[in-house]
Design a protein around this ligand. Sequence first.
Ligand SMILES: NC(=O)c1ccc[n+]([C@@H]2O[C@H](COP(=O)([O-])OP(=O)(O)OC[C@H]3O[C@@H](n4cnc5c(N)ncnc54)[C@H](O)[C@@H]3O)[C@@H](O)[C@H]2O)c1
Ligand SMILES: [Zn+2]
Length: 671
Amino acid sequence: MKQEQAKLRIAELTEKINYYNYLYYQKDTSEISDFEFDQLLKELMTLEEQFPALSLEDSPSRRVGGTITKTFETVQHKYPMLSLSNTYSQEELRDHDKRVAKGLGDQSYEYICELKFDGVALSITYENGLLSRAVTRGDGVKGDDITNNARTIKTLPLKIKNTLDVDSVEVRGEVFMSREVFDKLNRERDDIGEARLANPRNTASGTLKMQDSSVVASRKLDCYLYAVLGENLPVKTHEEALKQLEAWHFNVSPTYKKCEHIDEVIDYIEYWETKRFELPLETDGIVVKVNSYAQQEILGSTAKSPRWAIAYKYKAENEATILNEISYQVGRTGAITPVANLEPVLLAGTTVKRASLHNANEIQRLDLRIGDTVFVEKGGEIIPKITGVDMSQRKANSQPIEFIHTCPECGTELIRKEGEANHYCPNERGCPPQIKGRVEHFIQRKAMDIDSLGERTIALLFEKDLLKTPADLYKLTYDDIHDLEGFKDLSTRNLLNGIEASKQISFDSVLFALGIRYVGKTVAEKLAQHFKSIDNLAAASFDELIDVPEIGERIAESVIEFFGDPENKILVEELKKSGLQFTMTEKEVVLESSLLNEKSFVISGVFNAFSRDEIKEKIKNNGGKVVSAISGKVNYLVAGENMGPSKLEKAQKLGVDIISEQEFLAMINNT
Ligand SMILES: NC(=O)c1ccc[n+]([C@@H]2O[C@H](COP(=O)([O-])OP(=O)(O)OC[C@H]3O[C@@H](n4cnc5c(N)ncnc54)[C@H](O)[C@@H]3O)[C@@H](O)[C@H]2O)c1
Ligand SMILES: [Zn+2]
């Protein structure tokens, strides 16, 4: 390539990479795969090596890709947070090993291999053992202070036993969302007609930057720690750092391994290539780090990444197979989801027969045709996806796929609302999956919690014309149920009792159960707290609705539409007559924060600043739980003066963290 051409290409690559970085780090979206992105960056670096004169000072190859946002306080990192150089080839990994060997002269060295967790890097500082600050990587030099959000991560201790006797220590790790939590979140979004989230990494990253910590807490993020930094630490190797993190009760993935030779590293890579799909989170490769800190220092870093570490990334597994047919599913909200039925193919250890296609746009984007040879890819997701078509195999007479026009369940003509990707069946009250789906939504645990009623029973009742709306549940008689296939006396009474008990479920849950589009559990809680009764809510104007914190225009419109529908008015009236709760009772308190979410406390002794009851109150108001007896499940013992020695002894034996009143108050920012 000539200098002139190279200059143009460098400019083009720089612009592209900056654009994808912007999407990835600011908008939490990706328009291309990581592999494609890494190829662009690699091409840029190769050109810069060939033509050093063209290499720009601010080239994306020289700096960490992320940026800071304006919504959080900006904090300077004490030690820069770098990126990792990466490779997809074992050969390049061996080259890296040779460079390490050369850099270290004749010293022998070891590696620690870890999995590369696909989440977001976080730096967390503990001052005198207490979590004082958590900062995102940002641009590597400065990051966002997201301490309150980090505090909601259940496995991240708010306090560590300061055994090393240092004032301040920084730990680093990867915040992630487990596959299970991610899938559940998407099911919940399907349930209220909300668009699906793309992947756990982007979701974790977006969640960490939310303004409302209680929403962050509900998202159940987790964190694996993999680094300890600080002055005068008695830690000399990466392995010791990991052991220290374990001793401090941080969540350390047990998957790391010490390797004495690059061949062992390759074995590790091969072992985890498919095994990693059994892990609870997504991983996209492994990280190989030189173990000795002294040797890490000899090797040093570039402006962008350390020379003592490298990431080996797995290429997503890809197979070709035939697209046999497209089928269409109707969801609870009437949304139509196309599904690709494939000629079975073995992929990453499992047989794949189906792939999700999301919506009509996706079919169009891929330009799919029946009989096409398509490429199927499986990341960590349960449902694989189609990434492309092998055009060379396309049949001459094939036709573009025409999306169905009528509902496969009820025959109604489909609609597609402006600005929405999905087609919908508008026959809300006559379309069987929508009717059954509305009842399934109504009875779920987070709603009316009628656990003796399942999908199968709902279908049976529906077939017998006994269940067309949730209100019909409260009209069911003993005989109606007893006559159903599989029901005996006891199961019939259980179900009737479950339905009866649901009449005591609080208003916010009832509101969620109604299934108003975009009104998830958290939004229902906010609306219930604010309006106190269904009548107030139904009478609220658009402006009154959007005045409620966290309630946007889309939700406001949806609420107004719901109550504007006479059928819904009838439903609410019927449910009221059946005795369901449609007002908020006084004692349902608003949480001050969720800083102590899922943490349990025992309190003992006499306190200075507050009474025992006040401390208990504070724990509950911040989302924590107060229990009376010490057990291994208790997180903290708040110890006052004159506390009983047996409690103390038991807590010590079980490894329960013992904290003072001041330490407790610091946890909830109340000093
Ligand atoms: N698809 C896109 O549009 C797009 C855009 C930008 C970036 N990306 C992807 O992001 C990558 C660049 O991201 P990056 O600069 O954050 O670097 P990186 O993700 O490749 O590597 C550094 C990061 O790895 C993480 N990590 C996970 N497990 C680790 C472990 N055990 N030890 C140490 N670190 C661990 C840390 O968060 C660390 O900050 C690119 O290689 C690309 O794949 C994709
Ligand atoms: Zn229909």
